[in-house]
Design a protein around this ligand. Structure first.
Ligand SMILES: O=C(NC/C=C/[C@H]1O[C@@H](n2ccc(=O)cc2)[C@H](O)[C@@H]1O)c1cc([N+](=O)[O-])cc(O)c1O
Ligand SMILES: [Mg+2]
Length: 214
């Protein structure tokens, strides 16, 4: 039977990456998606922007919205300090099955908790079910029409504190116009645009970093 793209990405990791070496997992996925078949990972170019924001924030708690195959999950977790935790939300069970294996290959199971379900349902349960107070960093890379409602929901649920950083992928392509308008015009956020390109292409895209001012 025909394999799926996430299955082929996992195959590339198992074939080309070293177990327990997160950066080799990241490299293997980038090489596969650049040379064999495109996939919606944040990728190597925007990945460097992600790396610099993660390193600057040095977060103890991270929320990722949209795991997909676990590329950015592994990329972020590989930079976290020893006791830091990353919670990643994935809606599609088939993607979750692949992501868990990619995360395991990288040897990052202890830093990462992958939770299956819809962000709108899971965000209100973060405190009670996952023992989270607030998130130091949130990486938004799920359905683009969910960026704004989920940001408002995180505020309402008290999951953001003064200084929490939101980093959003794809604010140009595919685009998140309502989210961008909100964070750029709201007095409660200090926003900054990082111009880049859509993963593995020359198409313009960018990431928006927004600091919650409390
Ligand atoms: O559409 C894009 N991303 C949507 C991602 C969605 C992911 O988030 C999960 N989710 C998790 C929790 C939820 O509540 C909902 C979905 C979905 O199950 C999927 O794994 C996209 C598209 C392009 N593109 O060039 O077309 C480029 C990109 O970088 C992109 O990120
Ligand atoms: Mg994306």
């Amino acid at each position: 039977t025909q394999s799926t793209r996430p299955q082929r990405i996992l195959g590339a990791v198992q074939k080309n990456a070293t177990r327990g070496d997160p950066r080799s997992v990241v490299r293997a996925i980038d090489q596969y998606c650049r040379n064999q078949e495109w996939a919606m990972n944040v990728g190597d170019e925007k990945g460097c922007i992600l790396d610099s924001v993660v390193s600057e924030v040095n977060p103890a708690t991270v929320l990722e919205l949209g795991t997909y195959c676990g590329y950015s999950t592994v990329r972020i977790a590989s930079l976290l300090p020893p006791h830091a935790k990353l919670i990643t939300l994935e809606f599609n069970p088939e993607f979750a099955v692949i992501a868990r294996q990619v995360i395991a290959w990288a040897g990052l199971e202890d830093k990462i908790q992958l939770v299956e379900g819809a962000s709108g349902d899971l965000i209100p349960k973060m405190k009670e079910q996952f023992g989270v107070e607030t998130f130091d960093l949130v990486f938004l890379d799920h359905w683009k029409d969910r960026y704004l409602p989920d940001t408002k929901l995180m505020e309402e649920c008290g999951l953001l504190r003064k200084g929490s950083v939101l980093l959003a992928d794809n604010v140009i392509c595919p685009g998140t116009p309502e989210y961008l308008e909100f964070v750029r015009s709201s007095p409660r956020y200090e926003s900054q645009y990082f111009k880049s390109h859509l993963e593995y292409t020359k198409v313009e895209d960018g990431m928006e970093k927004s600091v919650f001012l409390g």
